[in-house]
Design a protein around this ligand. Structure first.
Ligand SMILES: Cc1cc2nc3c(=O)[nH]c(=O)nc-3n(C[C@H](O)[C@H](O)[C@H](O)COP(=O)(O)OP(=O)(O)OC[C@H]3O[C@@H](n4cnc5c(N)ncnc54)[C@H](O)[C@@H]3O)c2cc1C
Length: 407
C-alpha cells in the first residue's frame, strides 16, 4: 500500500458505541489488530504485498501458520477442534474488525478462502478417515481447501451443474469443469459437488466429494483476474479424475443440502467484510476531505462534501445495525433466511455506494490506480454479485414474505 493510503480512524470504531459482543471477542479483536498491524504489516512490506500484488502460496502458508500459532486461524472451528466457541454475533464483529484494518492479508487471517471456515460445517458429516486425510491438515494450516459448486452453465441456478461422478468399482470417476472457484489456485483439496444420478436419468442427485487437486485427472486453471485485481479465483478441470468412494461426504444426493445447509449464516458472514472495507473507504474520504484545499479552504468545509460524508456514515450505521440484528436472530435459533438475505443485499449495495462517494470526494486522485479508494470501489462492486447476487437475495426475501402470507 503506498503513502497515499493513510487512514487515521482504521484503528478505532467510526463512532463511539457500546461493544455488542462478548468479552472474549473484544480480547480477540484487540489481539488480532496487534497481529495484523505488527507481524502481518511487516510481512506485507517485506514481500511487496498489497491489494494489487497477491502473496505467493509460500507466503500465504506463512500467514496461515502464524495465525494458527497465535490461536486465530481455527477460531471458527467446533470447540472440540480448538475453535473459540464464538456466537454468530461475535464472529461478525471479529471479521469486521479484521477487514477494517485495510490489510491485504485480511481474507487469509482466518483462512476464509481456503481454510477452516470452508470445513467447519462438514465436521459432523466427515468420517474418521476424511478427518485425518482432509480436515485435520486444513485445521493445522498445513493444507488449503476450496469449495467448488459453480460451473459455466450453473451459477445462480447451481443445481443445474453438469459435472458427473460415475461409480466404477470402489471409486467415482469425475468429469466436468468448475468455474470461479475462490482459493483454487493455491488449494490442495476441494469440496466438490457433482451429479451422481445415472446418465440420462431425469432424477437429480447431487453429491459432495473431497477431491485431491494434485490427483491425476484434476487440474486448476487460473490466471484470470477479477476487477479487484486479484488472481485468487480459478477453474477446476476434471478429466477422468478418480476419487475413492471413501471420499464421498455424507450420503449420495446430500450434496446440495450439505452445501446450502449453512447458507443463512454464510450469507451473513460476508457482511462484516463489506462493512469493514466500507469503513476504510469512509475513513479515507474523511481524512482526504480534511486535508485537501480548494478555493482557499479544506473541501471538508463545503456542505456538498459534508452531506456525502453524513450519508455515508448514516448508511454504514444502518447496514451494520441490520447485520448485528440478523446475527442475534441466528444466535437465538430463529429462522433468519430472509433477514440474512436482507443483510447481504443491503450491506453489499450500501458498501458500494459508500465506496462510490469516497471516490467522488477524492476527485481525480480517487480514480488513479494505487489509491486505496480506487481499489475499494472495485472490490466492493464485486460483493453485489458474489455468494448470491442482489437479485437472488431479493427473490429469497420475496419468497419468504409471500410464503408467510399464504401460511
Ligand atoms: C470472484 C468470484 C469468486 C467466486 N467464488 C466461488 C467459490 O468459491 N465457489 C463457487 O462455487 N462459486 C464461486 N463463485 C461463483 C458465484 O457464486 C457466482 O458467480 C454467482 O452465484 C452468480 O452466478 P453467475 O456468475 O453464473 O451469474 P448468473 O447466474 O448467470 O446471473 C447473471 C445475472 O442474472 C441474474 N439472475 C440469474 N437468475 C435470476 C433469477 N432467478 N431472478 C432474477 N435474476 C436472476 C443475476 O442476478 C445476474 O444479474 C465466485 C464468483 C466470483 C466472480
Amino acid at each position: 500500500m503506498n503513502a497515499h493510503n493513510t487512514a487515521s480512524c482504521i484503528h478505532e470504531p467510526l463512532l463511539e458505541m457500546p461493544f455488542e459482543g462478548s468479552v472474549h471477542a473484544a480480547g480477540l479483536i484487540s489481539a488480532l489488530r496487534d497481529f495484523i498491524h505488527g507481524d502481518l504489516a511487516g510481512l506485507a512490506r517485506e514481500h511487496g504485498v498489497d491489494h494489487e500484488n497477491s502473496p505467493s502460496r509460500q507466503l500465504l502458508q506463512q500467514v496461515w501458520k502464524l495465525s494458527h500459532a497465535r490461536g486465530f486461524y481455527g477460531m471458527t472451528l467446533p470447540t472440540a477442534m480448538g475453535g473459540a466457541g464464538l456466537s454468530v454475533l461475535d464472529q461478525v464483529l471479529v471479521k469486521q474488525a479484521i477487514y477494517a484494518t485495510g490489510s491485504p492479508f485480511a481474507p487469509h487471517v482466518l483462512g476464509e478462502l481456503s481454510g477452516p471456515p470452508r470445513i467447519g460445517a462438514l465436521v459432523r458429516k466427515a468420517t474418521p478417515l476424511q478427518m485425518e486425510q482432509f480436515i485435520d491438515p486444513v485445521a493445522r494450516a498445513e493444507k488449503a481447501i476450496c469449495f467448488a459448486l459453480t460451473e459455466a452453465s450453473a451459477g445462480s441456478d447451481a443445481a443445474a451443474l453438469e459435472t458427473r461422478a460415475t461409480p466404477e468399482g470402489d471409486s467415482y470417476v469425475l468429469h466436468g469443469r468448475k468455474r470461479f472457484i475462490s482459493g483454487s489456485p493455491f488449494a490442495d483439496f476441494a469440496v466438490l459437488l457433482a451429479s451422481t444420478a445415472p446418465q440420462g436419468s431425469p432424477q437429480r442427485e447431487i453429491s459432495a466429494f473431497f477431491v485431491d487437486l494434485k490427483a491425476p485427472g484434476a487440474q486448476v486453471i487460473s490466471g484470470y483476474k477479477t476487477m479487484a485485481g486479484q488472481s485468487s479465483t480459478g477453474d477446476i478441470v476434471l478429466d477422468g479424475c478418480r476419487v475413492h468412494a471413501t471420499q464421498l461426504i455424507g450420503e449420495p444426493g446430500q450434496g446440495l443440502s450439505l452445501a446450502l445447509g449453512r447458507i443463512t449464516v454464510n450469507r451473513l458472514l460476508h457482511c462484516p467484510a463489506m462493512l469493514g472495507l466500507a469503513h476504510v473507504a469512509l475513513c479515507d474520504a474523511r481524512d482526504y476531505a480534511l486535508g485537501r484545499q480548494q478555493f482557499g479552504r479544506s473541501i471538508a468545509q463545503f456542505q456538498a462534501i459534508q452531506h456525502m460524508l453524513a450519508d455515508m456514515a448514516t448508511e454504514w450505521m444502518a447496514a451494520r445495525a441490520l447485520m448485528i440484528q440478523t446475527a442475534r436472530t441466528i444466535d437465538a435459533g430463529i429462522d433468519a433466511r430472509a433477514q440474512a438475505s436482507m443483510s447481504k443485499l443491503f450491506c453489499s449495495e450500501t458498501a458500494f455506494r459508500i465506496a462510490d462517494r469516497a471516490v467522488q470526494i477524492h476527485g481525480g486522485e480517487g480514480i488513479v490506480q494505487g489509491r486505496r479508494v480506487e481499489f475499494l470501489f472495485r472490490m466492493l462492486r464485486m460483493y453485489r454479485v458474489l455468494t448470491g447476487t442482489s437479485e437472488i437475495q431479493r427473490n429469497t426475501i420475496a419468497r419468504q414474505l409471500l410464503e408467510t402470507a399464504n401460511a
